[in-house]
Ligand binder design. Structure first.
Ligand code: ADP
Ligand code: MG
Length: 238
């Protein structure tokens, strides 16, 4: 697996700066949670790492390799979306296989990788179902399957649990943590949920208007918030 480094990354849309000289280092196998108010650039950060947007300046490295100008498929980084991004008319197996089918991956390889992914996520008995025939947790596991099947070095989560109820969110938090441990991958996880911010990661980044307001172990940030903004945002005593 691989570490993830952002070095002086900037991104504007038109003349609106969205990320301003962002530095971030997630060690190999680390789990980094990113929080911040709506519109502060969290999704843009993930899209830059995935290669769905290009940085205006700075460098993005995965496993020491500079991928700043690489297309998404050359990056070994995969996004996990909310389950709403599943294709409703396709089976679980074909939802997981979709990206490989588009790229023309040989049929035998697709079959083998879908089987591996289904085993990792305990979806073996559900491969022929359509998304609407699944529970919310099962659907979210299929959404994760679409990323896992690519065997990426870096997983990028964009508020994956925000549409689940509290009970299911708690289950999926544990599930994602366990999966991260089993796969040994590096994770960048965006959320606006305070529980996820405090419990999921070993590094917490608080973003504010495209800048890192504070970065560190979550318990340290909770104990010593660097500003009233951070304290308010993570619900710590100021
Ligand atoms: P967050 O995920 O933290 O809510 P985003 O990264 O989605 O924030 O967006 C940050 C800012 O960039 C917002 O003001 C948003 O409107 C703007 N933005 C995001 N994507 C685009 C785009 N493709 N074109 C123009 N503006 C964008
Ligand atoms: Mg967002």
């Amino acid at each position: 697996m691989a570490d993830l480094t952002l070095d002086g990354v900037r991104k504007s849309f038109g003349d609106m700066p969205v990320l301003q000289s962002l530095d971030l280092a997630v060690p190999d196998g680390g789990f980094c949670v990113v929080v911040g108010p709506s519109g502060c650039g969290k999704s843009t950060l993930l899209r830059l790492v995935a290669g769905l947007e290009m940085a205006d300046a700075g460098h993005i490295l995965i496993g020491g390799r500079d991928v700043t100008r690489q297309p998404p498929k050359a990056r070994s980084a995969a996004m996990v979306f909310q389950y709403y991004a599943l294709l409703p008319h396709l089976s679980v197996a074909r939802n997981i296989a979709f990206g490989m089918e588009i790229r023309g991956t040989p049929r035998a390889e697709i079959t083998a990788r879908v089987a591996d992914t289904a085993r990792i996520l305990r979806l073996e008995s559900l491969l022929d179902r359509k998304p609407r025939q699944l529970s919310g947790g099962q659907r979210q596991r299929v959404a994760m399957g679409r990323a896992i099947v690519r065997d990426p070095q870096v997983f990028l989560f964009d508020e994956p649990l925000s549409n689940l109820d509290a009970q299911l969110r708690a289950e999926m938090r544990a599930e994602i943590k366990a999966l991260h441990g089993r796969l040994g991958a590096t994770a960048l996880y965006v959320t606006h949920d305070q529980i996820e911010a405090m419990t999921m990661g070993d590094i917490l980044v608080v973003l504010n208007a495209g800048r890192v307001e504070q970065i560190g172990p979550p318990e340290e940030i909770y104990r010593c918030p660097a500003s009233t903004f951070v304290a308010r945002f993570i619900g710590a005593p100021p």
